[in-house]
Write a protein that binds this ligand. Structure first.
Ligand code: CA
Length: 335
């Protein structure tokens, strides 16, 4: 069965170097030194993000992956000055397009956008979709502490809806204020705090909550065909949807539908390498196979077995497996 995975990361040394020059992100800026050092000591090294021909193809062969949709992990830092960010995003997308062009049957890609310049970001999205046939764009976290329901970002989402391409939403360090408030404590180590604030829990809840904010802003009433892709099985929100609907009703939100309706109709979900049988079965039961797309979060999750077997050995029907493995991605990305 053909396998397409959609949260598969890539980077280029020049993009990393330029980002590092300005600071990784505003979420890291105000952190205590010891937390920042913990993060930096755990940063991914090696060439699995940059290499194509050896490390990546070897992984794809072992995992029986036919097509990876590539993306920069956390594209261009929100600390990069605006003009430089526009230039850097174009450069990042140009580099990615050469990879896709070299192996068009093995790769597609999400664009990286200069979010601080929404007009430029819309133009860049259009360029990437029309000229490079990219699948959409990947955005991350918040932008300098601003949520994407801020009207300044609307033109970007309007353009995605017009082009009929989805936005994939990736976690990033929560804003420094949030980290200090929720995730730091004298009673545990800096490393615990860092993992608690990021991939252990914090940055997932950050994106899940942010997705809910975007729905509350009414964006999907304005742009009903806009689609998002939410990794890590929906970043914690699916389990709370019944409660959210119970309390936050259309008569108070002024929205056309219940909040869960937007999650059902405007969001696709991926495992991002969390191959938990319980979560998988819950998500299929709640949203159906037609809303789930496969993703392994290359190269961050090491699998000592063929992770594709997780899907193939599940109790789903062949039709459901086909949808999750490739059918939904082909339909959504027009591959
Ligand atoms: Ca990831």
């Amino acid at each position: 069965m053909k396998i397409i995975t959609v949260e598969e990361h890539f980077t280029d040394p020049e993009i990393v170097e330029t980002n590092a020059k300005y600071g990784e992100s505003s979420g890291m800026k105000n952190l205590p030194e010891k937390i920042r050092n913990s993060y930096n000591s755990m940063r991914f090294t090696g060439n699995s993000l940059t290499d194509i021909d050896e490390v990546r193809f070897d992984f794809m062969a072992k995992q029986k992956v036919d097509v990876q949709v590539l993306s920069y992990t956390n594209p261009v830092s929100d600390m990069v000055p605006q003009d430089e960010a526009v230039r850097l995003c174009k450069k990042a997308n140009d580099i990615l397009s050469t990879v896709v062009n070299r192996y068009p049957k093995r790769f597609s890609a999400f664009a990286t956008l200069p979010m601080a310049e929404p007009k430029e970001a819309s133009k860049e999205l259009e360029r990437c979709v029309k000229d490079f046939h990219f699948c959409g764009a990947l955005i991350s976290g918040t932008w300098q502490g601003k949520f994407y329901d801020d009207p300044i970002f609307f033109p970007i989402f309007e353009k995605a809806a017009e082009l009929n391409v989805p936005i994939s939403w990736h976690p990033e360090f929560p804003d420094g204020r949030i980290q200090n408030y929720y995730y730091l404590s004298e009673s545990y180590s800096a490393l615990t705090g860092m993992q608690f604030a990021t991939a252990g829990l914090g940055w997932h809840l950050d994106v899940g909550l942010h997705m809910t904010r975007l729905i509350l802003s009414g964006i999907f009433d304005k742009l009903p065909n806009l689609q998002f892709i939410s990794g890590h099985w929906g970043e914690g929100i699916p389990f709370m949807l019944d409660r959210i609907d119970q309390i936050i009703k259309p008569k108070t939100t002024g929205l056309k539908k219940k909040i869960s309706d937007y999650f059902h109709e405007n969001v696709y979900f991926t495992p991002s390498g969390i191959l938990s049988k319980n979560m998988f079965e819950y998500m299929v039961k709640i949203f159906g196979a037609s809303r789930i797309i496969w993703a392994l979060d290359y190269p961050y999750i090491p699998f000592e077995y063929c992770s594709t077997d997780f899907l193939m050995n599940s109790d789903l029907t062949e039709e459901e497996k086909n949808l999750i493995a490739h059918g939904n991605a082909e339909r959504l990305f027009k591959l």
